[in-house]
Design a binder for this molecule. Structure first.
Ligand code: ATP
Length: 199
């Protein structure tokens, strides 16, 4: 699995359609200060489902939409598409190439797609569990993050190890199962109360 392509339009400083194509191996993005290098990493985190405007260096979620310049009108929406080569089928989906995309309008309306089909944010999270790629993964190490990891709480560091060990999806499933069990137990108590009243 490797990142093949990033497309962005109307996202932060990328008013026009921007396409970055990557090959296997090491690639670097260089440019002067303020030219948009970190915005590329923000685009990746955003399409992977980042919900925190602060993590994307903004005040609210609409701040990811191109705000306009002296010579250019603001854009009405932001779009990012991420194409991943999945020929090794590391992502549990039956395609050799997977494109996930996210679009948000100024009105707040937004959508997520996997290979062009609308999906839920949850589907994007689940697709990337245990691959290290998800928004909580370790594939994007932002400025200052190493310090935060080293000085962070043990539970936070544990999350990184869980992701690397590939057990996150099982933990999430256990949480869902535990919640269901809890609500079934409440239902059972209710049923036995009703039965008690009827006897
Ligand atoms: P450095 O090397 O200093 O870290 P960089 O290349 O990583 O810089 P970024 O931080 O990615 O640069 O880009 C910052 C630029 O993006 C600024 O010029 C900022 O005005 C612009 N920018 C951010 N959000 C928006 C937006 N919503 N609309 C228009 N431009 C934006």
């Amino acid at each position: 699995m490797y990142l093949k392509k990033i497309e962005a339009q109307g996202f932060k400083s990328f008013a026009n359609k921007m396409v970055l194509e990557f090959n296997p191996g090491i690639m670097g993005i260089v440019g002067p200060n303020g030219s948009g290098k970190s915005n590329v990493a923000d685009a990746v985190r955003w399409v992977l489902g980042e919900q925190s405007a602060k993590s994307l260096r903004g005040n609210n979620m609409q701040d990811v939409i191109f705000a306009g310049t002296e010579n250019r009108k603001p854009q009405g929406y932001a779009y990012v598409g991420l194409t991943i080569d999945n020929s090794d089928h590391m992502l549990a989906i039956d395609f050799d190439e997977v494109t996930i995309s996210r679009r948000v309008y100024r009105s707040g309306e937004s959508e997520y797609l996997i290979n062009g089909g609308a999906c839920r944010l949850k589907d994007i999270y689940e697709l990337f569990y245990d691959t290290g790629v998800g928004k909580e993964g370790y594939s994007i190490i932002g400025q200052g993050q190493i310090d935060r990891i080293l000085s962070g709480k043990p539970e936070e560091r544990r999350e990184l190890f869980d992701e690397a060990a590939g057990i996150v999806k099982f933990k999430k499933r256990r949480q869902v199962a535990a919640k269901k069990l809890e609500s079934e137990e409440t239902n059972l108590v209710r049923v036995s109360d009703i039965l008690g009243e009827l006897e």
